[in-house]
Structure formats: structure tokens, C-alpha cells
Design a protein around this ligand. Structure first.
Ligand SMILES: Cc1ncc(COP(=O)(O)O)c(C=O)c1O
Length: 415
């Protein structure tokens, strides 16, 4: 069935927004996506009808409690677990990771080892480095292969010892777009007795997560990268979460998932997240998919992924044909998502980004907080890469227009 791009786009009001009459081409999706009307409606509805704190008898409060329950159930289906108690909602991925790293430190002893992959966004690096520093742990770096753009199992094996306690691993890089074989790497780490903390922030924008199949202990993602509000979500295996020392107020609940909810949650955003999850179900039904909620999420992601792959082929082919362009990532869609970074032999990333942005092509540049990746690739520390991130509401015409603009920017002889 053809992807219903026009009805998809009509669900996202911001796609029609202009800057002084100039249309926008959103290719900054790797940094954050636009939201559908369902998300906006849910947030407005929250403030209009049941803006309240939780836990008392007022009808509004009862409704907030029901909302939270509904959202963690829907998120459990989204992540692929049958236990909503395993779904933590917080401010963003980084905050949740800091929080859990502090809790996990209680289980580690001086001299224990942690492994951090070099493919990470800093959100899955600094919390662990600081945890290691505070607790006299040994940090080992897990390199990625510069040809495959992935962490190869053979690179992990020699780092694992009987002191390895944790492996921090990226699912998809927010700079190169490379996707790791998380299932295999997780099995190896766990066989050595280590836990695995996966950063799926970039992956979740493009492919559906299945925590049960992957077997990882923890997995983090950020709804604002998959068409939702600015929130973070972490899956943790129940046994792991229950065993953790929780940094929580003494009188706050010890029950999962609220055990790790510090202070009053952003209920209006959580309501908005429900709207995003409903949008995916709407998209699946547009594609003729039926079944339970998980089946609908699968249908929506399959359709979005296929559409994005087509756009990616066009973007990749166009960029590869431009003299002086070096793609910092794989040149084919195998084992990668639709996040593309490149450098140019003569033009700096910031200058290209400025000109594209002036022409209404939204993009990002720099190291994009993939600090270790940028250093491993010996990128200019000030400039980094020009990054284009495709979302499922982009069109082939937008990609072609963006390519035309990039070509004309790069064609200028002097910097
Ligand atoms: C791969 C990856 N991990 C982590 C983060 C940080 O997420 P958050 O802003 O939710 O803390 C980002 C944000 O760009 C990211 O792309």
C-alpha cells in the first residue's frame, strides 16, 4: 500500500508554518521532531478539563491517575514489555540516566569495571564517567569499527572480565546513523555477568523497539524524537528496578513505575505523549493494519521506516555524487537509520548550515553531543558535521529541493 504522505502531513500543523512567507523543510528531526494534532489536542484537553495533581478524590485527580496508568500501559506496548511497571517517565533521557547511574553505583565496588562504547551521545557517557569517578570504578572504551560504523562483537569480547558490571551501548548513533546488533552484544555482556544500558533515543525515531527480544536490562528513549513532547522514557527490567536504591523522597511511593518519579510529573506532556501513541495507531489503520496496540505500532513503524528508507536512498545518492562530500557514516541503508552527517573538503559545516537554514532547510551541525564519535573520526572540534535527519513526514520533493540547495552552496568556490 502506498504511504499516505498527504494525510500524514495534514496531521502535523507545524509543517505548514512559514518563516516570513518561506516554507520550512524540516531536516532537523534527529534533534527533535514535530508533533501531530493528536498530541496538541491531548495537551490542550488536559489543561481545559483535568489539570490537577494526583492521588485524591476530585474527578480531575482521578482522571490524572487514570491517564498515567493508561500511558505507561501504552508505552509498555510500544517498547515491547508486558509489564507497565517497567516503564519510567522523566524529564528527558539524560536526567533519567543520571538518576539511574546514581542508583546503580550502590551495587558496584571500587575496582569494578564498566564499558562505554565510543558510538555514544554524551547522555550515555558522562553520567557513567562521573559515576566511575565518584566510586573508583575502571572505565574501558568499546571502539566502533570505522568500516562498518558499528560496534562489532569481536571488539567487545576482549574487554569483558569477571569485574565487568555494566555496558553502556548505543542502539543507533545520532551522528553516523549506524545501528548496533544490540541483541547479540547484550547476550555477550550478560554472559559475562554485566548489565546493559542501551541508548535507543535515535533508534526509536525510526524503528520499533522490542525490549523483550533484545533482552537488555535498561533502555532509554526520548518521546520528543518520535513525534511526542519533551520527555524521557526508560525501560528497566522489574527485578533490576526493584533491586535498585531509589533516590526518592521518604514518603513517596515505593511501587513501580512511580518509585523513580521524582517530584510532580509533567502530566500535560504525558497526556501529549498519549496523543502521539494514538497517532501511530491512526497511521497503522490508514495503512490497513489491524490487531492489538502492539500490532498497530508495528504497522505504523514498518510504514514510516519504508518511506524513510526511500527518501534516504535519494539523499544518500545525491550527497555521494557531490564532489568533496564525505559521508560520516555508512553509504547504504543496511544497519543504519535515516540520520546523515557529512563534511566537505572546502566548506565548513557551520557555513553550510547557515545557508541552508537561511533558505528554510532546517538542519544541525557540530558534534551534536556525539563528542567521542567526533573525536574518533578526527572531525574539526569546532565544526563537526552537517547533519540532516529525515522524518516520516518528509517528502521526496523536499529531499530533492534540499539536495539542490546543498549543491549550490557547495558549488561556490570561495569559503
Ligand atoms: C542518541 C541520543 N542519546 C541521548 C540524547 C539525549 O536525549 P535527551 O535530550 O532526552 O536527554 C540524544 C539527544 O539528542 C540522542 O540523540
Amino acid at each position: 500500500m502506498t504511504f499516505p504522505i498527504e494525510s500524514v502531513r495534514s496531521q502535523f500543523p507545524s509543517l505548514a508554518t512559514t518563516d516570513q512567507g518561506q516554507r520550512r523543510i524540516y531536516l532537523d528531526n534527529a534533534a527533535g521532531t514535530q508533533v501531530p494534532q493528536q498530541t496538541i489536542d491531548r495537551i490542550v484537553d488536559f489543561f481545559r478539563r483535568f489539570n490537577s495533581n494526583t492521588g485524591v478524590f476530585n474527578p480531575t485527580s482521578v482522571e490524572v491517575d487514570a491517564l498515567y496508568d493508561d500511558v505507561v500501559k501504552a508505552l509498555a506496548d510500544f517498547l515491547g514489555t508486558s509489564d507497565p511497571g517497567e516503564v519510567l517517565i522523566g524529564a528527558n533521557m539524560t536526567t533519567l540516566t543520571y538518576q539511574l547511574s546514581r542508583s546503580l553505583a550502590h551495587q558496584f565496588s571500587p575496582g569494578d569495571e564498566i564499558i562505554i562504547s565510543r558510538m555514544e551521545h554524551e547522555g550515555n557517557v558522562t553520567p557513567w564517567l562521573q559515576m566511575a569517578e565518584d566510586n573508583d570504578l575502571i572505565v574501558k572504551w568499546l571502539e566502533f569499527d570505522r568500516r562498518t560504523w558499528r560496534v562489532e562483537p569481536a571488539l567487545l569480547q576482549p574487554l569483558l572480565t569477571d569485574r565487568t558490571r555494566l555496558v553502556a551501548l548505543n542502539y543507533a548513533s545520532n551522528l553516523t546513523g549506524g545501528v548496533n546488533d544490540v541483541k547479540r552484544l547484550t547476550a555477550m555482556a550478560q554472559a559475562a555477568g554485566a548489565m546493559v544500558y542501551v541508548d535507543a533515543v535515535q533508534y526509536a525515531s525510526h524503528r520499533l523497539i522490542d525490549v523483550t527480544d533484545l533482552g537488555c536490562d535498561f533502555m532509554a528513549c526520548s518521546p520528543y524524537k518520535f513525534y511526542g513532547p519533551h520527555l524521557g522514557v526508560v525501560f528497566g527490567k522489574r527485578a533490576r528496578l526493584e533491586a535498585l536504591h531509589a533516590y526518592k523522597l521518604r514518603c513517596a511511593t515505593d511501587e513501580l513505575p512511580l518509585r523513580f518519579s521524582v517530584g510532580t510529573p509533567a502530566f500535560e506532556l504525558i497526556a501529549g505523549l498519549m496523543g502521539t501513541l494514538e497517532y501511530f495507531q491512526w497511521l497503522a489503520s490508514e495503512m490497513g493494519v489491524s490487531g492489538n496496540r502492539r500490532a498497530l505500532f508495528k504497522g505504523a513503524y514498518a510504514a514510516m521506516g519504508e518511506h524513510e528508507d526511500q527518501l534516504s536512498e535519494t539523499l544518500l545518492a545525491g550527497l555521494l555524487a557531490m564532489p568533496g562530500v564525505s559521508i560520516q557514516g555508512a553509504s547504504s541503508m543496511a544497519h543504519r537509520v535515516a540520520t546523515f552527517s557529512f563534511t566537505h573538503s572546502r566548506h565548513s559545516a557551520s557555513k553550510i548550515a547557515r545557508q541552508l537554514s537561511d533558505a528554510g532547510v532546517y538542519c544541525h551541525w557540530g558534534d551534536n553531543y556525539a563528542y567521542e564519535v567526533a573525536r574518533a573520526l578526527a572531525l574539526d572540534p569546532q565544526e563537526g558535521v552537517l547533519r540532516l535527519g529525515i522524518g516520516h513526514y518528509n517528502t521526496v520533493q523536499e529531499i530533492e529541493e534540499a539536495l539542490g540547495l546543498i549543491e549550490s552552496v557547495l558549488a561556490v568556490r570561495s569559503e
